[in-house]
Ligand binder design. Structure first.
Ligand code: GLN
Length: 544
């Protein structure tokens, strides 16, 4: 597209958790499918500088970008939908905005002025929004504002949007996402909360251009017109967003509702190519019409909160579709697993994935699960802490190092088979100080990893402080656990596998961050394929 970058803002009203991230990603997908270049950004109104220090119970998974930014899990959706990497610039928090402003103030850059929310904080917000546009590569920058309009902490963001709309006129557009609650007693959807939410936005000086209304039921006749009348939008700019079977249906549902066309016309773009979603629809067909089914156990300590493993769950879905297989995930609580119940808990599973994590809680259960997978030749996939636990398990039960451990869990172990990386030893701050982002890795000749990837040189994203302790490498290799992926520079062990097993891989990195609808990750595809091969006949299913 020629001309200036267009800015689309997505705000939320009525309640949180309406799925702004999925709506933003779906709109972006539709624009991309019309040949435009798009990026999506998330502004988070909390004070943490990034979500890296947040407990998963707070905001779910922390998503890591190529450039090593620890970001909101919505960036995972953006990448999975668009198949385009995001970066630090795609996630900005209030903490970071203030940190930048305060650093400038300390450097004396405000030349003696009083530093205030308006204009200094709002200027910094606008600078961060436009930084993506200034790259000159995007036709559209979609900016999703976290939280709900009316929250005290989102006020500066809405004010920044107001100012940008004023400055940029037709190059800006605001989409407001609301909820139409359904009252069962009267059998009706109600529009009042949407009206109030738009009034709230208007009181802050922002007139939404498009309303996307989340609803469990189809909108009644005349409802779009009614909302349009009360909220100063055109009826065609009132978009119904029904609950979908899968998030991957949402781009198609939004296309049916004409969301992308309304957006393009309102931004003054009158002629545009047709949407081409051939590959996307092919993915959906394979996803929805599976020819086989497998049950895979996901062993972790946050299983009651599946958002903590969002990217892993989605990567398994992508790999399922690639194999035309329905993947049933059995969420297994690592804290509740022990030597006594492990066989019963994991019986009937065709694959066992041990999840990443921090701290000692649940790690003994993870080790039991790995022992079970190794001894019973069940396909095993360990990610980050899951890989480290596989090394500990092998040390304890094959090499006879009975107290083998990671120094993260036991600083005094006689066998620190996993230990703090050299460069981590002097690190005191917690935020942004892990080994983060993409690093290269070389795969070993004749390894399963090489077979799965089909190439020798790979790069993958990391997020950890501990590593395989190389002083044990020789003993492990002799005993049958080989390092099949090595970081060429630091010689860090990135992948371990065992030979005498149908599929046993532990990776120090996070392949789940790289899996997208367009390109399911090879390791997940290989793992699901191995699980299909190992699938237990019906009737021998694991206990629910
Ligand atoms: N806690 C481990 C480390 O810091 C593993 C981290 C992870 O699983 N992401 O090395």
């Amino acid at each position: 597209m020629t001309g200036s970058t267009k800015y689309i803002f997505v705000t939320g009203g009525v309640t949180s958790s309406l799925g702004k991230g999925i709506i933003s990603a779906s709109l972006a997908k539709l624009l991309q499918a019309r040949g435009f270049t798009v990026t999506i950004q998330k502004l988070d109104p909390y004070i943490n500088v990034d979500p890296g220090t947040l407990n998963p119970y707070e905001h779910g998974e922390c998503f890591v970008t190529e450039d090593g930014a620890e970001t909101d899990l919505d960036l995972g959706h953006y990448e999975r939908f668009l198949d385009v990497p995001t970066s630090q610039a795609n996630n900005v928090t209030t903490g970071r905005i203030y940190q930048n402003v305060i650093s400038k103030e300390r450097r004396g850059e405000y030349l003696g002025k009083t530093v205030q929310v308006i204009p200094h904080i709002t200027d910094e917000i606008k600078r961060n929004i436009q930084a993506l546009g200034r790259k000159g590569i995007y036709d559209f920058v979609i900016t999703e504002v976290g939280g709900t309009v009316g929250d005290i902490e989102s006020l500066p963001y809405v004010e920044a949007i107001r100012q940008l709309k004023w400055e940029k006129g037709r190059d800006c557009l605001t989409i407001h996402l609301t909820l139409l609650p359904y009252l069962r007693t009267s059998g009706e959807l109600k529009t009042k909360p949407t009206q109030h939410s738009v009034k709230e936005l208007l009181s802050l000086g922002v007139q939404p251009d498009v309303l996307v209304c989340r609803t469990e039921h189809g909108m009644q006749k005349g409802m779009k017109e009614k909302i349009a009348l009360f909220c100063n939008v055109e009826p065609q700019a009132v978009i119904e967003s029904r609950d979908a079977d899968t998030i991957y249906d949402v781009p198609l549902l939004m296309q049916e509702e004409g969301l992308d066309e309304v957006v393009l016309r309102k931004l003054g773009i009158e002629s545009f190519p047709e949407v081409d979603l051939t590959a996307w629809k092919d993915f959906l067909r394979r996803y929805k019409e599976p020819k086989a089914e497998v049950s895979i156990g996901l062993v972790g300590k946050y299983v009651e909160l599946q958002d903590a493993y969002k990217s892993i769950k989605e990567a398994l879905e992508h790999a399922g579709a690639a194999n035309e297989t329905k993947v049933h995930i059995k969420w297994v609580h690592s804290e509740k697993l022990n030597a006594k119940n492990v066989a019963k808990q994991l019986a009937g599973l065709s694959g066992i994935l041990v999840a990443p994590g921090f701290g000692h809680r649940g790690i003994e259960g993870k080790i039991e699960a790995i022992k079970y997978a190794r001894e019973n030749k069940v396909p095993f996939f360990g990610i980050c802490l899951g890989m480290q636990c596989a090394v500990i398990e092998y040390g304890r039960h094959v090499l006879g190092y009975t107290d083998a451990n990671s120094t993260e869990m036991n600083a005094d172990t006689a066998h620190p088979v996993i230990a703090l990386m050299e460069e981590q030893k002097a690190v005191a701050d917690k935020g942004g100080t892990m080994r983060l982002g993409a690093y290269p890795c070389k795969l070993g000749e004749g390894s399963l990893a090489l077979k799965v990837y089909g190439r020798k040189d790979i790069t993958e994203r990391h997020r950890h402080r501990y590593e395989f302790n190389n002083s044990y490498l020789e003993s492990y290799q002799k005993a049958g656990m080989v390092a099949s992926g090595i970081n060429p520079k630091g010689k860090l062990v990135e992948i371990v596998e065992i030979k005498d097993h149908p599929w046993f891989i532990g990776v120090q990195f996070h392949p789940e961050y790289r899996s997208t609808v367009a390109r399911p990750h090879a390791l997940f595809v290989g793992f699901v394929q191995a699980a299909v091969k190992a699938a237990v006949p019906k009737g021998e299913k694991a206990e629910a």
